[in-house]
Ligand binder design. Structure first.
Ligand SMILES: [Ca+2]
Ligand SMILES: [Ca+2]
Ligand SMILES: [Ca+2]
Length: 300
């Protein structure tokens, strides 16, 4: 056997080299340990490299997937937009269809229903379809004349509020005995006074108020002592002259549960002149006396 350190020939059983003086067993152990460490270091380095490679592969894969995802999204985005637009178009067209085709959807002319008059205006369903009127409405254009009267009596357009398109309703022209097909100026067709009763005169500001607006009287309000009159104005603008014959009459309005004295009226020797605006429609007016106003305030 030779010395592992210097190669000197050693006798069997000798522990120390005579030439280099090393402890042979210890030296061999150290050598083995060093080799082991070197191997271990190598393994560690290899592992490290493998790990690094794996990380790189993983990173690459992840970035690749993200890239694919982004590209995929981009390639889908226009398609999604298109779908949205397409849906909107579908929605819009279906809405349009619903609006335009409402009578057709709700009403379908059949052999069984064509001779029936659903809205009781005198025109059969078949005639309504022929004239383009609403089978469910007796006055399709809302001008105050029934579809039947327009078609059969006045030869006016049952689908136009004003057949001559001058904004004066067909009804008003019939009432005034005017030519329903002629255009009139507002100055030619003025509102007129309406004598509601012996003590009430309505002086409307416009034709609508004259023909469609009005006054509605109620029974006396028994919840308060000595109430005179309770009334509402409906679709009316203008002046109301109410002759109460009482110099002490005052005009109240009820807002909620409280009564206030109305701001726009005068009492000239018992004749109330009341200015009615659109805001004063559909509210309770009460004509009473100053004395009774105290009772209203107390709620008696
Ligand atoms: Ca009808
Ligand atoms: Ca009409
Ligand atoms: Ca009409």
């Amino acid at each position: 056997m030779n010395c592992p350190k210097c190669g000197n020939e050693l006798k069997k059983g000798v522990k120390f080299c005579a030439k280099c003086g090393c402890n042979v067993e210890e030296y061999i152990k150290e050598q083995k340990q060093q080799k082991k460490e070197i191997r271990s270091n190598k393994t560690y380095k290899v592992k490290k490299i493998i790990l690094l490679i794996l990380i790189l592969i993983l990173a690459f894969t992840v970035s690749l997937l993200i890239g694919i995802n982004v590209l995929g999204k981009k390639s889908h985005e226009p398609k999604e937009d298109y779908n949205v637009e397409e849906n909107n178009v579908e929605e819009a067209s279906s809405q349009e269809h619903q609006v335009q085709g409402l009578p057709e959807i709700e009403f379908k002319l059949t052999e069984e229903n064509k001779n029936i008059d659903v809205d009781k205006d005198g025109l059969t369903n078949e005639e309504e379809v022929k004239y383009g009127t609403n089978v469910m409405s007796s006055d399709t254009d809302g001008d105050g004349l029934s579809d039947y009267d327009e078609v059969k009596r006045h030869e006016s357009d049952p689908t136009k509020y004003s057949t001559s398109e001058d904004n004066i309703s067909d009804y008003i022209k019939v009432e005034r005995k005017l030519d329903i097909k002629k255009k009139y100026k507002d100055s030619e067709v003025k509102p007129e006074e309406v004598k509601y009763s012996y003590s009430i005169v309505l002086k409307p500001d416009d034709l609508e108020s004259q023909y469609y607006g009005g006054l509605e009287e109620f029974n006396n309000d028994d919840t308060v002592k000595s109430t005179k009159k309770v009334f509402n104005m409906l679709d009316f603008k203008g002046k109301v002259e109410y002759d109460t014959g009482n110099k002490d009459s005052i005009l109240l309005v009820r807002r909620g549960k409280t009564y206030y004295e109305f701001s726009n009226y005068k009492n000239n020797d018992g004749k109330l002149t009341i200015d009615i605006s659109e805001d004063d429609n559909n509210i309770d007016f009460v004509i009473t006396t100053k004395e009774n106003f105290e009772n209203y305030k107390k709620g008696e």
